[in-house]
Design a protein around this ligand. Structure first.
Ligand code: ADP
Ligand code: TRP
Length: 324
């Protein structure tokens, strides 16, 4: 049986957090055993929010280190930086011409970002077309993402359908894959955890800062003796991600029984998080001291990705009539 092609990317626009980990990175690492996996660092997408070249350069390396430390194996996966395969921008332009304005105008992510004060520019508006190009260039079948990205994968599918309708069967139709149990991980303030909201718990955070962050999780003002609803607690939602079923049930009982001190549970949560990431932290430090290895991995990854990309772009160029 041929393995399914799975692809996803992440923006290098700040330190990665446990929302990224549970929403996307962990699935990707797990997928490398059972699929034909493509994983990339979305450097062009990051330009919609980062305009400091030095910062982008260093964030790209940080994300590479994060993925490799978390177990992404470059022998089993094609792992590269998006902009090392510039064919993706060519495909973006071509796809723009089969993408209706209405399709992009309906995108929640664009509307949310503008509502949050980001100045709308063409890059931000056309972001889903670049994302469609990422997905279609590699003929991806499955795209594991957090819930917030589902609509973008659907847009990619619509664009592929439209292109195939006009020029004939060219692109595989991709499907989003969302883990419903952990669709949206809350941040320390209860909103969706996001690099842009300053509410994250970073995966590779220094111990002291991690502890401070966890101790700062927002709680209600119910007195210690009150019975509390675990379903309404951010602490409980995060605890469940790291604990096994038995531990989670025990904590739910403690919430319901009354007498629970938030401070104590936060300490327990901090310890669980710290233990969970400890082995990866060690690996990351070792790799950071051998950064040439990371450059080499990314260069080899780009070469392999480019080979696949060239085959698709060649076909597309022929179909649309610019290859003669
Ligand atoms: P951010 O909002 O922090 O900038 P990105 O948009 O770069 O995160 O998301 C990268 C990946 O991580 C995407 O697949 C996204 O769906 C997932 N993700 C981000 N935040 C969360 C969250 N709070 N819960 C679940 N998944 C998330
Ligand atoms: N937009 C995605 C995010 O912010 C990152 C991304 C870019 C992506 N291109 C992609 C995800 C292609 C999946 C497939 O999370």
């Amino acid at each position: 049986m041929t393995k399914k092609r799975v692809l996803s990317g992440i923006q290098p626009s700040g330190a990665l957090h446990i929302g990224n980990y549970f929403g996307m990175m962990r699935q990707m690492v797990a997928y490398q055993k059972s699929s034909d996996l493509y994983c990339f660092i979305a450097s062009y997408h990051a330009l919609t929010s980062v305009s400091d070249g030095g910062r982008l350069r260093s964030d790209i390396m940080e994300v590479a280190l994060d993925f490799l430390a978390l177990g992404l194996d470059p022998d089993k996966t094609i792992f590269w930086v998006q902009s090392d395969v510039p064919e993706v921008t060519e495909l973006t332009w071509i796809l723009s011409n089969v993408t209706g304005m209405g399709l992009l105008e309906r995108c929640h992510s664009y509307k949310d970002k503008v509502a949050k004060g980001l100045t709308p520019n063409h890059g931000l508006f056309a972001y889903p077309v670049l994302m469609a190009a990422d997905i279609l260039l590699y003929q991806s079948q499955i795209v594991p993402v957090g819930k917030d990205q589902k609509q973008h994968v659907e847009v990619a599918r619509d664009i592929a359908l439209r292109f195939n309708h006009i020029y004939g069967e060219t692109f595989v139709l991709p499907e989003p894959e969302i883990n419903d149990d952990i669709a949206v991980i809350p941040g320390v303030d209860g909103q969706k955890m996001s690099k842009s909201y300053n509410n994250t718990i970073e995966i590779f955070c220094a111990e002291k800062a991690l502890r401070k962050r966890v101790m700062g999780i927002v709680t209600d003002s119910a007195p210690v003796e009150a019975k509390k609803d675990p379903a309404k607690s951010i602490i409980y939602a995060l605890y469940k991600l790291f604990a096994d079923e038995k531990q989670s049930e025990e904590l739910a009982d403690r919430f319901l029984a009354g007498g629970l001190k938030y401070g104590e549970v936060k300490k327990e949560l901090y310890e669980l998080i710290s233990e969970h990431f400890a082995p990866y932290k060690k690996r990351r430090e070792d790799m950071k001291n051998n950064i040439d290895y990371v450059y080499e991995v990314l260069a080899k990854g780009a070469e392999k990705a480019r080979e696949k990309a060239s085959a698709t772009i060649d076909k597309v160029r022929r179909e649309i009539g610019i290859k003669y």
